[in-house]
Design a protein around this ligand. Structure first.
Ligand code: FAD
Ligand code: MLT
Ligand code: ZN
Length: 476
């Protein structure tokens, strides 16, 4: 094994190699600390050529590779297996913005660029890269593409798959596939790019990408809205499309349980409304039309206020606070974005990242809450999520005082109850977080034989040695 490590060192240099247990530790566990894996080394190449050389070496030595970006994934996809003969290949040093084409609305980046850096770079060029999620300060674009990440603006701009034009990928054979094409039209046979989006590093390593950019919004309105029920939230959203002239960019649903956890665990959080309510919506509209010169309020804010006034009269809205400036909007967003962190600080949780069609959310919510509490009456449901695109984080917190092993004994029956219901409603058991190692059995159970066989055929054809993130998504 010293020989293998020496060969790795010869490719990536001393700076690109971590072998001591302390230095490796954070790469061997996931954000939720559900998994702790082992690895022969953490390898941090500085270029596509180095990635390719590492892959060729691993193929020759039959060592498996776990690609890793910001390690914020929720499914353990970037964590090596417990007893695997694997390396972690971290893209963190490949973090250059290679080109911004403001005229053509594209940006070419290396896979290890942190999402926030991409957003900021786009903004400096008066452009928008719309992928937005709470982990944006540490997740990388390579990880976002490999998981086909969603986030809070999917209803308007689409998920990661819709935000990318071209990819460069190192194949399981260590070849470099240059698909870095900035083309909106390209009908040239099977779409190799799409194969890698959402593949969670099981088919190759994304090393570069050409991303799409949009015009930067010039006018934004953000409101924190108390609603009587998920049904009211969905009705509010439905009317908002026309009222905003198709400018709805986010619609997030939260429950009182989630807000209470954020207020408890995130210093500086305050409840925007005087009274406590059971359900909340964070609604954002954004337009590329500039604010009216000299006007006190933005054009969108005026429209939103009028719309919420009507909704109040109809009983859809119980109370609302419209952000008066950017700082207030950021504070409202922090209440939403800190849900995951607050859940983590509160203790063990079981997460279900599911989707159903938007109009089925109210029925799913009622039936899902009943199903979850039927299995464990003391569990504390914390449902929230991207209601605008039908994606709920149908999460559930351990009863107070319960430790992880005690609570996790209920994980399987609770999740089965939830996923069975999702399937009955025609939904998906993974909306945006992927499969990783956490949902391998669920995917095998809920997807049809023909889909699983097709996935296995693709995996075997592209990675016959099964060295690309083995044990993730599907078992061969
Ligand atoms: P990692 O965690 O490092 O890896 C994720 C997967 O991608 C692994 O399977 C890994 O092997 C593979 N991978 C990573 N880089 C590459 C590469 N270059 N080539 C090939 N495979 C690769 N996700 C959402 O979709 N929406 C949300 O709203 C959201 N909110 C979140 C909030 C918090 C607080 C946290 C902690 C996470 C959240 N996530 C969300 C999950 C996570 O941020 C995303 O899945 C993100 O896309 C992962 O990016 P990463 O760089 O951290 O990838
Ligand atoms: C989010 O949208 O905040 C995360 O994807 C949800 C989660 O942590 O379950
Ligand atoms: Zn989410």
């Amino acid at each position: 094994m010293t020989d293998f490590i020496d060969k790795l060192r010869a490719i990536v240099g001393e700076r690109g190699l971590i072998t001591d247990p302390q230095g490796m530790h954070s790469y061997l566990t996931d954000w939720r600390e559900n998994y702790l894996g082992t690895a022969l080394a953490v390898v941090r190449p500085a270029s596509t050529e180095e990635v390719a050389a590492v892959v060729k070496l691993c193929l020759a030595e039959k060592v498996a590779i776990v690609p890793q970006g910001g390690n914020t994934g929720m499914m353990g996809g970037g964590t090596p297996l417990e007893a695997g003969r694997e390396i972690v290949l971290s893209l963190g040093r490949m973090n250059r913005i290679l080109e911004v084409d403001a005229i053509g609305y594209t940006m070419t980046v290396e896979a290890g660029v942190v999402l926030k850096t991409i957003q900021e770079t786009a903004a400096e060029h008066d452009r928008l890269f719309p992928l937005s999620l709470a982990a944006e300060g540490s997740c990388t674009i390579g990880g976002n593409l490999a998981t086909n990440a969603g986030g809070v603006q999917v209803l308007h701009y689409g998920n990661a798959r819709q935000l990318v034009l071209g990819l460069e990928v190192v194949t399981p054979q260590g070849e470099i596939w240059n698909g870095l094409r900035a083309l909106k039209k390209d009908n040239t046979g099977y779409d190799l790019r799409d194969l890698h989006l959402g593949a969670e590093g099981t088919l190759g390593i994304i090393t570069r990408a050409v991303l799409k950019l949009w015009p930067k919004p010039k006018d934004t309105a953000t409101s924190w809205i108390a609603v009587s029920s998920p049904e009211a939230a969905v009705a509010l959203l439905s009317g908002a499309y026309a009222a905003s002239e198709d400018n709805v960019t986010s619609c997030e649903l939260m429950s009182r349980q989630g807000i209470d956890l954020v207020l408890k665990h995130i210093p500086g959080s305050t409840d925007p409304l005087a009274q406590s309510h059971q359900w909340y919506v964070l609604l954002e509209w954004a337009s590329t039309r500039a604010r009216r010169a000299g006007a006190n309020e933005t054009a969108l804010a005026e429209k939103m206020e009028a719309y919420l006034g009507e909704a109040l009269d109809k009983g859809l809205v119980l109370d609302a606070a419209l952000a008066q400036n950017e700082a207030q909007a950021r504070a409202l967003w922090a209440l939403r974005e800190n849900h995951s962190e607050a859940q983590k600080r509160e203790g063990p949780s079981i997460k279900h990242d599911i989707s159903v069609s938007v109009s089925k959310i109210p029925a799913f919510m009622t039936e899902g809450l009943a199903a979850m509490t039927k299995v464990l009456p003391q569990c504390r449901p914390v449902p929230f999520g991207h209601v605008g695109d039908g994606n709920l984080h149908f999460n559930c917190q351990a009863p107070p005082g319960w430790d992880k092993p005690r609570f996790m004994a209920y994980a399987e029956p609770i999740s089965t109850a939830v996923y069975d219901l999702v399937v009955r409603h025609g939904g998906s058991i993974s909306a945006e977080h992927g499969i990783g190692q956490l949902k391998v059995d669920e995917l095998a159970h809920y997807r049809s034989q023909v889909e699983l066989d097709t996935m296995r055929t693709i995996k075997r054809a592209l990675d016959p040695a099964n060295l690309m993130n083995p044990g993730k998504i599907i078992r061969l």
